[in-house]
Structures are given as structure tokens and as C-alpha cells.
Ligand binder design. Structure first.
Ligand code: NAD
Ligand code: UDP
Length: 389
């Protein structure tokens, strides 16, 4: 429940209730942000999305304590004239809408570029023209590959953080060639970042750009054949969850050697709330939001998820828990990968005093408990169903 005592920002000033136009509110991050805003703040949310399944629990029944503070607007921002009106009557716009699953970047590059660049243009324009604050969700993928990945395999410089730590204000953006369509997403996100930055510099747009580093937790993506298409390929958490639920080996793309840092969605949402409520400290900044302490290779992630899932489900793991697959087989032509992603935390720490708290084991335990509770029975029934002849 929202507390009745006045909320104070990091400088001790009272935070006035605001109206937030949240585009993409029905997705993974949006649903957690809506939860947080309804449960802990007095702010009002105009939730814009084409789907609302992940926020249904906040919208129904009408008797919920926050019922007057969240309104769902089912609209596609590609082609809906209501968007400008919603931005105009809000104090702040948060844009989360995007195609953001790697399986789409090389197979649907046009949709990916339109979604991450063209469709975001009116949002930036309406915010700029109406002098409204914008928090735009970009991605850690704008960094692309690390400088270190181009050094010889045995170079001692590969161990030097200067060659792999990703810093908002100094790291370059290193993408593969144009045929490697994997980078269509990163490139579109980079260009919209540059446009927002330029709107700030030339027209005074008050903006914050967020670069999430693998936020994971409950409600991320979908389980193929249960609440998403059978042939769909979600991000790694949902792929591995699906394999574990179905007692299939986890597929390691190109040996699972790539490295990632994973942050718990609930920690990351704390950072977003600080940005929302401390505009003086957040505006004009680009923030890495991740957990540098939770680094693993994808192979290590698979091994840890297998152990955690055994613990939460009470089932032994299968005899061959992982198998290797080539990226061409798994994602098709044009796939490429980020080798390593460790966020530098200096700027977010200095501006907002934020630090992530949850270890990888703990966040996997709560997330896989949710996955088991939500999907195990449905998967059992789906497997038991006779295949139509
Ligand atoms: P998500 O796919 O769960 O959510 C995106 C939401 O946007 C979906 O509900 C979708 O229906 C909606 N949407 C897309 N196009 C729309 C349109 N034209 N009109 C209306 N709604 C539309 O993804 P997420 O993980 O919640 O990511 C949110 C944002 O954060 C994205 O911009 C993504 O690029 C960025 N991001 C997330 C991560 C992460 O770790 N989850 C990492 C890097 C970047
Ligand atoms: N990956 C994998 N098996 C899967 C799904 C993904 O090995 O079933 C790998 C993928 O190649 C990448 C990493 O896991 O190296 C993270 O993939 P994700 O889709 O979560 O997104 P990314 O971090 O690349 O944006």
C-alpha cells in the first residue's frame, strides 16, 4: 500500500504525486514498475500497451486500493493519434516499448529497426514539443562487443578492466558488420539515444536514458507452447526455464562461452523509481543499470539454473543437462554475440546512490520458484495431450 506520510527525494524535498505515461507497461519491466508504483507511491499511471496480461492483477477488480491510479490504454504507438494526448496530460513519459528478443534481431531486422527507432520518434517529438520529461529505455547492447574481444586470445590485456568494463561516457559502441543483422537492434537503440541526446542539447528536452544489463525475474517473456508461440525463442531465462520444466537439455549456443551479468528485476526497479522521483539528479544522464557482481558464462548460468531448479522442484536433474548447438542452428544466419557485459556503476552510484543487492543464486531461486509454480502443471498437461493424427 502507498504510505500516507510524505515521500521525500534524495535531497529531502517532498515528492508531489505525478502522472506517468508508461508506454510498454504491459511487458516484463513495465509490469514490475507498475506493481512498484501502485504499491509504494501515490503516482498515477496511464499504462499504454497492446497487451495487458502481465498487469491484469493491477487492473481487476475495480475495488483494488489503487484502482483510480492506473488506467490501461490499449494502443499501438505505431499508428494511434491518442498518444500525443496521453503524453500531454502526463508529467513524465517512460518509453519501454520495443522488440527486444535476440531471436528477432536477425530474422525480423526491419520490424526490429522500426520498433526501436522509427516508432520511438513520435514519443521523443511529443515530449520535446510539449516540454515533458522522458525516461527512455535503451540497452547495454549499445556497447556491442568489448575492446578486449579484438585482442589475441592469450593477450594479458584481456584481464585489464580498461578493455572490458562498459562506461556510459567513455566506452565506444562496437558492432559487427552489416550482414550480421544481430546488430540491427543495438544500432537502432544507439541512434534513438543520439537523437534524444541531441533534443536535450538543442531543444532542452529533459531526458534520462536507461541501459539495462540483463534484468531477469518472474514474468519475463513467455514459455513456448504455454503462454507464447510453440516455435518462439524467448531470452535465455525463459529458454532455460522451458527446458527445465520439460526435462530437456539446456541448449548452449556456441558452447555457452559468452559472459553476462544478471540483475534481479526488483533491484533494478528500485533504480528506476529513484530516477522517476529525483529528476534533478537523473535528467541529462545515461545510466547503466546492472549487477557487476553477478557475472557468469552462459554455461555457468545453465549449471546454476539446473541446480536451483532441482532444489525448488524437488526433481533430480536429467542425465545430460546441457547440449551444445551452433548459433546458426539456434538463431539462423546473421546472429552474432556480445562477448562480455560488465557495467561500470560510477555514475548511477554518484547520482542516485543505487547499488544492486541480490545474488545470482537468490534471484534464480525466487524466479525459478515462480516458474515452477506458474507453469509446471500446464506443461505436464501439454505433454500428456495426445498429438492429433
Ligand atoms: P517486453 O517485451 O517484456 O516489453 C515491451 C512491451 O512493449 C511489450 O509489452 C509490448 O507489447 C510493448 N510494445 C512493443 N511495441 C509496442 C507498440 N508499437 N505499441 C504499444 N506497445 C508496444 O520487454 P522488457 O524486457 O520489459 O523491456 C522493456 C525495455 O527495456 C525495452 O525497450 C528493451 O529494449 C529494454 N531492455 C530490457 C532488457 C532486459 O533485461 N529486460 C535489457 C536491455 C534492454
Ligand atoms: N543463449 C543460449 N541458449 C538459449 C538462449 C540463449 O546459450 O537457449 C545465449 C545467447 O546466445 C546469449 C546469452 O544466452 O549468449 C543471452 O541471451 P539472451 O537471449 O538472454 O539475450 P542477450 O543477453 O544476448 O541480449
Amino acid at each position: 500500500m502507498a504510505s500516507t506520510t510524505a515521500r521525500l527525494d534524495l535531497d529531502g524535498n517532498t515528492i508531489n504525486p505525478m502522472t506517468i505515461c508508461m508506454i510498454g507497461a504491459g511487458g516484463f519491466i513495465g509490469s514490475h514498475l507498475c506493481d512498484k508504483l501502485m504499491n509504494e507511491t501515490p503516482h498515477t499511471v496511464l499504462a499504454v500497451d497492446v497487451y495487458n496480461d502481465k498487469i491484469k492483477h493491477l487492473l481487476e477488480p475495480d475495488s483494488l486500493p489503487w484502482a483510480g491510479r492506473i488506467q490501461f490504454h490499449r494502443l499501438n504507438i505505431k499508428n494511434d493519434s491518442r498518444l500525443e494526448g496521453l503524453i500531454k496530460c502526463s508529467d513524465l513519459t517512460i518509453n519501454l516499448a520495443a522488440i527486444c528478443t535476440p531471436a528477432d534481431y536477425n530474422t525480423r531486422p526491419l520490424d526490429t529497426i522500426y520498433s526501436n527507432f522509427i516508432d520511438a520518434l513520435p514519443v521523443v517529438k511529443y515530449c520535446s514539443e510539449n516540454s515533458k520529461r522522458l525516461i527512455h529505455f535503451s540497452t547495454c547492447e549499445v556497447y556491442g562487443k568489448t575492446i578486449g574481444s579484438y585482442l589475441p586470445k592469450d593477450s594479458p590485456l584481456r584481464q585489464d578492466p580498461a578493455y572490458y568494463i562498459l562506461k556510459e561516457d567513455t566506452s565506444p559502441c562496437i558492432f559487427g558488420s552489416v550482414e550480421k543483422q544481430r546488430w540491427s537492434y543495438a544500432c537502432a537503440k544507439q541512434l534513438i539515444e543520439r537523437l534524444i541526446y541531441a533534443e536535450g542539447a538543442e531543444n532542452g528536452l529533459e531526458f534520462t536514458i536507461v541501459r539495462p544489463f540483463n534484468w531477469i525475474g518472474p514474468r519475463m517473456d513467455f514459455i513456448p507452447g504455454i503462454d507464447g508461440p510453440s516455435e518462439g525463442v524467448p531470452r535465455v531465462l525463459a529458454c532455460f526455464s522451458n527446458n527445465l520444466l520439460r526435462r530437456e537439455p539446456l541448449k548452449l549456443v556456441d558452447g555457452g562461452e559468452s559472459q553476462r551479468t544478471f540483475v534481479y528485476i526488483k533491484d533494478a526497479i528500485e533504480a528506476v523509481l529513484l530516477m522517476i522521483e529525483n529528476p534533478g539528479r537523473a535528467s541529462g544522464h545515461i545510466f547503466n543499470v546492472g549487477n557487476p557482481n553477478n557475472e557468469v558464462t552462459v554455461r555457468q548460468l545453465a549449471e546454476m539454473m539446473t541446480k536451483v531448479y532441482s532444489k525448488v522442484s524437488g526433481e533430480d536433474s536429467i542425465e545430460t543437462p546441457t547440449i551444445d548447438v551452433s548459433s546458426k542452428e539456434f538463431y539462423g544466419e546473421g546472429y552474432d554475440d556480445s562477448d562480455k557485459r560488465i557495467p561500470d556503476m560510477t555514475i548511477i552510484n554518484k547520482q542516485l546512490g543505487w547499488d544492486p543487492k541480490t545474488s545470482l543464486w537468490d534471484l534464480l531461486e525466487s524466479t525459478l520458484t515462480y516458474q515452477h509454480k506458474t507453469y509446471a502443471e500446464a506443461i505436464k498437461q501439454a505433454i500428456a495431450k495426445p498429438v492429433a493424427s
